[in-house]
Design a protein around this ligand. Structure first.
Ligand SMILES: Cc1cc2nc3c(=O)[nH]c(=O)nc-3n(C[C@H](O)[C@H](O)[C@H](O)COP(=O)(O)OP(=O)(O)OC[C@H]3O[C@@H](n4cnc5c(N)ncnc54)[C@H](O)[C@@H]3O)c2cc1C
Length: 299
């Protein structure tokens, strides 16, 4: 990232929330589940699948974690009732990981059970390095118990190739992404090309282990490298999917769908849109520039 873009991004937290919200709204379906349903219907009509994320993270009160758990149960019921092609992604810290690991496991376990009752699937997102071990423990435990749970590995983490070796032998489903949290060099690869290289290495290792992979990226280089690996290893259409975030590069989404790949869009909704949107804006200085322009113009 250039020095100017870095400055732009560090200035963002000073911008009033209403202005951030206007520009960041492209990344979020809306505040309610009904908003998410509307967005998913449109995506499904285009041939894309969805994964729903109830926004929020880092809760420190049990009541909030339980409310988030209940909301996730409502999401599965709604997906089934509305016959949507969608599953759910959850953040462990929203479900109480920072309160107590067992409490969090119980909450995510309850969601996995409900998913199973509806013949559906649950993905556990990966957050910052302080959560990696506990998240993978919860994943392995719940996948062994319910068989319908997947995890996320981050290509910027130095440990990732080792984590691939520790996945369950049968039925593992992994979303592979670059990683979004700001981590120290001691644990994370830092070079842009280095992260790409580790992504490709991890992807090939996952494919060779027979893991179902969610190839989560908007990086055209990686979409191209992934397509080559899919071809090289003769993967069938139901052995992988591409994944993208709502509001990012709709054109690439349509290109991948038109090429015959399955593709899932991450659809977040809820009132706690701010931290999620700030991470998205940090990734894209172009959009961050719009936010600051609106701020400076007093809009
Ligand atoms: C479905 C999905 C789920 C994810 N889940 C997790 C998770 O659980 N844990 C985690 O740490 N990270 C997660 N991420 C985020 C991921 O780690 C990356 O930070 C993010 O995808 C950007 O990396 P990239 O591979 O797209 O490459 P980049 O090099 O960042 O982006 C490639 C190109 O995509 C476009 N682009 C990227 N981001 C934006 C944006 N916000 N707005 C507009 N254009 C953009 C730009 O044109 C950019 O040049 C997820 C990403 C996806 C797609």
């Amino acid at each position: 990232m250039s020095a100017f873009n870095r400055l732009l991004v560090t200035t963002l937290p000073l911008v009033p929330k209403p202005i951030v919200r206007r520009v960041a709204s492209r990344y979020v379906a809306g505040e309610t589940l009904e908003d998410a349903v509307r967005v998913i219907r449109t995506l499904n009509r285009e041939g894309a699948m969805a994964t729903v994320d109830v926004l929020g993270e880092e809760v420190s009160e049990r009541e909030k974690a339980l409310a988030a758990m209940e909301e996730n149960l409502r999401v599965y019921e709604t997906i089934a009732r509305e016959k949507l092609d969608a599953n759910v992604s959850v953040k462990p810290t929203l479900l109480g990981l920072k309160i107590d690991e067992d409490f969090c496991r119980d909450n995510i376990g309850r969601i996995a059970e409900t998913a199973k009752e509806h013949g559906n699937f649950l993905r556990i997102d990966m957050e910052d390095k302080s959560t990696t071990d506990a998240t993978l423990r919860i994943y392995r435990d719940l996948q062994a118990r319910h068989g319908n749970v997947g995890c996320v590995l981050q290509a910027y983490m130095r440990r990732t190739l080792g984590d691939v070796d520790d996945l369950p032998a049968q039925g593992a489903s992994v979303r592979l992404c670059k990683g979004i949290y700001i981590e120290p060099r001691q644990v994370a690869w830092k070079g842009y090309e280095t992260v790409r290289a580790n992504y490709v290495n991890a992807l090939e290792k996952l494919i060779l282990r027979g893991v179902y992979v969610g190839i989560a990226t908007h990086d055209e280089y990686l979409a191209c490298a992934a397509s080559a690996l899919i071809d090289k290893h003769g993967l069938k259409r139901d052995q992988y999917e591409f994944q993208m975030l709502l509001g990012v590069d709709d054109e690439l989404r349509r290109i991948l769908l038109a090429a015959g790949h399955r593709l899932r869009v991450y659809v977040p909704y809820g009132r706690d849109w701010y931290p999620y949107s700030m991470r998205r804006l940090r990734e894209n200085p172009e959009v961050a520039r719009h936010v600051l322009r609106a701020f400076l113009a007093g809009k």
